[in-house]
Design a binder for this molecule. Structure first.
Ligand code: AMP
Length: 284
């Protein structure tokens, strides 16, 4: 049975008993509406051994639009059954009052890594993410924590927080799980109409086009972006938010493409915003 823990004190009491027995602790932070992408993180955590905690918390401070927060899918019973099937040991499901009791005055701001990609489009988002993840790492004190490469900027930001604040945890990145047509799995995909769902693959197709050009030796980021953006013309219902070629560590635009390079984009399909990225590690 997956144990449901709703308060920080309950979770801490449980984990200190686990630690006394010498077991390692793995943490998989999520916002719920679990799908096979989350499943891959949970399976990896369970395979790595020890006691695995999944946190399920739709963190209000990382949403900059109230309607996006309100419409975010939530289904706790299904999520708990999902965790149970994957042999997750405990689900930490706090409410916002538990996580943000007493109107906190402290937050974690990572400058530099948030000037591009999702940063400018979602003011306060990464501050909300970095703060809630720091809190979860302090609450759980895991040996390992798992994050998806689908949210690459988040992964890079969290690695930096852990390094800069000397948090003793190993951060493990997990490759993106995709639908057969390439669309990256996302909790938001269930908000798409069937037409939007079909159109949504344009984001992956554009990123793949850019990847092909880089693999073929194109070194000019402007050219790669131009041809990537041209792919969106086949799908006028998709609105591109950004499409960028950046350095995978600093997340800054590059003047000349030398692999490794990160190609990342965001697009709106109706009211739903989707993101995706591919890391081109080396030219083939
Ligand atoms: P979320 O619930 O969207 O906050 O995601 C929780 C974790 O699951 C994050 O580390 C995400 O990067 C990861 N994740 C979400 N979708 C995918 C996916 N398609 N493949 C791999 N990891 C994912």
């Amino acid at each position: 049975m997956v144990e449901l823990l709703r308060t920080i004190s309950e979770l801490r009491a449980r984990l200190s008993a686990i630690r006394r027995n010498g077991a390692a602790i793995g943490l998989v932070p999520t916002m719920g509406a679990l799908h096979a992408g989350h499943g891959r993180l949970l399976e990896k955590a369970v395979a790595d051994g020890g006691f695995v905690v999944a946190s399920i918390f739709v963190n209000p401070t990382q949403f900059h639009r109230e309607d996006d927060f309100q419409s975010y899918p939530r289904d706790l019973a299904t999520d708990l059954a999902f965790c149970e099937r994957r042999n997750v040991d405990a689900a930490f499901v706090p409410d916002a009052d538990e996580m943000y009791a007493g109107e906190p005055l402290t937050s974690v701001v990572v400058s530099g890594l948030t000037e591009h990609l999702c940063g400018p489009q979602r003011p306060g988002h990464f501050e909300g993410v970095a703060t809630v993840v720091t809190k979860l790492l302090n609450i759980v004190q895991p040996d390992r924590a798992y994050f998806g490469e689908k949210d690459r900027q988040q992964l890079v930001v969290i690695r930096r927080v852990v390094k800069d604040l000397d948090i003793p945890v190993e951060i493990i990145g997990v490759p993106t799980v995709r639908e057969p047509d390439g669309l990256a799995l996302s909790s938001r995909n269930q908000l798409l109409s069937s037409g939007e769902r079909q159109a949504a693959t344009v984001l992956y197709r554009a990123i793949r086009k850019a990847e092909e050009l880089v693999q073929a030796g194109e070194t000019c980021p402007g050219e790669v972006m131009k041809q990537g953006l041209a792919v969106f013309e086949s799908e006028p219902s998709a609105r591109v938010e950004y499409f960028e070629v950046v350095d995978p560590e600093q997340l800054q635009p590059v003047d000349e493409i030398k692999a490794p390079v990160l190609i990342a984009g965001a697009a709106h399909l109706g009211a739903t915003r989707l993101i995706d990225n591919i890391l081109v590690e080396a030219r083939e």
